[in-house]
Design a protein around this ligand. Structure first.
Ligand SMILES: [Zn+2]
Length: 222
């Protein structure tokens, strides 16, 4: 599969559609980070079959949004894209460290167990202790279509697991113990109230409009 990922469809067909999409989407899409309880954060993301100029531009935007928010990882769900993709830079600073892009990641062989505090750019200001495997095997593709295969540990392992959870519609409070999650209750309620008030003013699209957008992304990239 190496190399076939870049600007082309994995598998057969769809070359014509790819060309059409490229002409239509020249203007690009402006992304922003969505917060809990936006429905896309609960959507199971779909595997990506094609990478084009717009997707590469959106990945660059994801890094910029992540740096602005001083985060070390950002999943596509968090910018309202229901696609299996996340970005990481453990330094949280543009121009420093290594920018990692994981497309269609698969995690396996979890080993050990470690507890640490986590936060999330889709739950700003909320933190909690989460127990996760210490090391995991990650297989994925980067933006150039090259295979990534590594056993990772430490902060990278935690970050990869946190971001991979997003692709399955899972957020870190779901991984917390019952008792610590209860302590978060009030903070989560504030986000839920704000979401409802945005729905009231029309600032937040309806579930139907959001699902319509999911369909468009899936038609283009899946
Ligand atoms: Zn997160």
């Amino acid at each position: 599969m190496r190399g076939s990922f870049y600007n082309s469809k994995i598998g057969s067909g769809a070359r014509d559609r790819s060309l059409v999409c490229r002409f239509i989407r020249e203007e690009g899409t402006r992304l922003q980070i969505i917060t809990y309880p936006h429905p896309t954060l609960r959507k199971v993301a779909k595997p990506i079959k094609r990478v084009d100029a717009e997707l590469r531009a959106m990945v660059a935007q994801m890094f910029d949004l992540m740096y602005e928010a001083k985060g070390i990882g950002l999943a596509a769900n968090q910018v309202d894209l229901p696609l299996r993709l996340f970005v990481i830079n453990l330094t949280a600073e543009k121009g420093k460290g290594e920018e990692l892009v994981f497309i269609n990641p698969v995690l396996s062989h979890p080993k050990g167990s470690a507890e640490a505090e986590e936060g999330c750019l889709s739950l700003p200001g909320v933190y909690g202790q989460v127990v996760r495997p210490k090391t995991v095997q990650v297989n994925a593709y980067n933006l150039q279509g090259q295979e990534i295969s590594a056993e990772v540990g430490g902060l990278l392992a935690r970050c990869i697991q946190h971001e991979n959870d997003h692709l399955d519609g899972v957020m870190f409070p779901d991984r917390m113990s019952e008792s610590s999650r209860v302590e978060l209750g009030g903070e989560l309620q504030e986000f839920e109230d704000e979401f409802q008030s945005k729905r009231g003013t029309g600032e937040m699209p309806s579930d139907e409009a959001i699902a319509e957008q999911w369909k468009k992304w899936h038609e283009r990239y899946c």
